[in-house]
Design a protein around this ligand. Structure first.
Ligand code: ZN
Length: 400
């Protein structure tokens, strides 16, 4: 490593040679390139907002950054502005845009795995969201505890730091060193489950259209299906595992997932250990209290809103991607400050009951209110204190 400009006067040899060697945590290490004197300087405290960006946003921002966006492609000025405002707020240590296991959309063509990785690291601050399954499991366990103790539905806390891996409020390193990047979120297996998801969504949509289901009917069904959905998904996973093991194709083994089986085994273990008469993991799955599990509930509302659009004769886009968007919103919206999602999802969230019944922290942005997102990013950059701005200017060269 070597010292980076700007160079200040060294307290020891008095030459204008004291540069920045590194930034780690809340400390900048300065070293003189002339005499080697070094010392640490404490950086001001920061409190970074957390924003979830949909995969397509990350892709557009990356293409904007690397100037690989097709000239004249739609919303060119918006993406240019969005990149520069996001970058300013990010370098002023006001916001991070963590990566998620949902960011693996194969519908976007990447030239290389390293490009995909760079795109995701671009504004993440080396922080990722806990994967959506883990968040669902932790909510499930809090509810299982309440069920075991005959308590009411628990009210959960939604501290964003509980769902982040990494320390949100450290200053960004000046050299980008990605020792901690967990690329397992781009693992295979997601592909297949996505194809399955698209398929089952199509079947659902056909049923909604045929039955002319109302919003309330679909919502009621979705909310009460916690147990049946889990059983169905488990069954599917077990069948797929068995088929892969029986086949002679080694690559099919790579697609095996034990996620749900492990999840259920652990839950069953909890109930066995507690040995409360009449209570098992199976009876818990059918507990009416589960309707209030945050991720399950928000997801059910989104499905109901989508289903109602289908059954009332509108033709909403039904891609597998939309389920990913639903999972992202259902999982992260209670925790994060803002989300930039697909236009259709944003409009579903504005639908009557979703607006009145659901409480979550996130402000929702999409291409439908894109100017508001730019304003939001600008506000974030502007709230940085003069002290933070001055350090950010010195360390990362971002405008004062
Ligand atoms: Zn010196």
């Amino acid at each position: 490593m070597f010292e980076l400009p700007p160079f200040r006067k060294c307290p020891k040899c008095k030459n204008e040679a004291l540069g920045t060697l590194s930034v780690g945590g809340t400390m900048a290490t300065k070293r003189c390139k002339n005499c080697g004197h070094s010392h640490g300087e404490v950086l001001p405290d920061v409190d970074k907002r957390v924003v979830y960006l949909d995969q397509f946003v990350i892709s557009e921002l990356y293409k904007t950054k690397t100037k690989t966006r097709r000239p004249g492609a739609p919303s060119e000025q918006f993406w240019l502005d969005c990149y520069s405002l996001a970058n300013r707020a990010y370098l002023r240590q006001q916001v991070i845009f963590p990566t998620s296991n949902l960011h693996s959309d194969e519908t976007i063509v990447w030239h290389s795995p390293s490009e995909l990785r760079l795109a995701h690291e671009m504004f993440s601050g080396d922080i990722s969201f806990e994967d959506t399954h883990s968040v669902a499991i932790s909510q499930e366990w809090e509810f299982a505890e309440a069920y075991l103790k005959d308590l009411e539905v628990p009210s959960l806390t939604f501290d964003v730091d509980d769902i982040l891996s990494g320390d949100r409020n450290v200053w960004l390193p000046i050299y980008h060193i990605n020792v901690n990047s967990d690329l397992s979120i781009f693992a295979p297996g997601l592909r297949e489950s996505k194809a399955t998801a698209a398929n089952s969504l199509k079947q659902l949509a056909d049923a909604w259209a045929k039955k002319r289901s109302t919003f309330d009917q679909i919502l009621k069904h979705e909310l009460s299906s916690y147990g049946s959905a889990m059983r169905h998904a488990l069954e599917h996973e077990v069948t797929r595992t068995a088929a892969a093991l029986a086949s002679n194709d080694p690559s099919s083994l790579l697609e095996i997932s034990f996620g749900l089986q492990n999840r259920y085994r652990q839950l069953a273990g909890l109930f066995m250990e507690r040995a409360v008469p009449g209570k098992t993991a199976a009876t818990f799955l059918d507990w009416v209290g589960n309707e209030q599990q945050p991720a399950h509930r928000i997801f059910a509302y989104l499905i109901a809103a989508l289903g109602w659009r289908v059954s009332s004769g509108q033709s909403p886009a039904l891609t597998a991607g939309i389920l990913n968007d639903f999972i992202a919103i259902a999982t992260y919206a209670p925790y994060v400050d803002a989300m930039f999602v697909d236009r259709q999802c944003a409009s579903l969230l504005k639908q009557g009951r979703l607006r009145s019944d659901l409480n979550y922290k996130a402000r929702i942005f999409s291409m439908s209110n894109k100017q508001e997102f730019l304003d939001y990013l600008e506000e974030l950059a502007d709230i940085a204190s003069p002290e933070v701005r001055s350090c950010a200017h010195e360390l990362y060269g971002v405008e004062l």
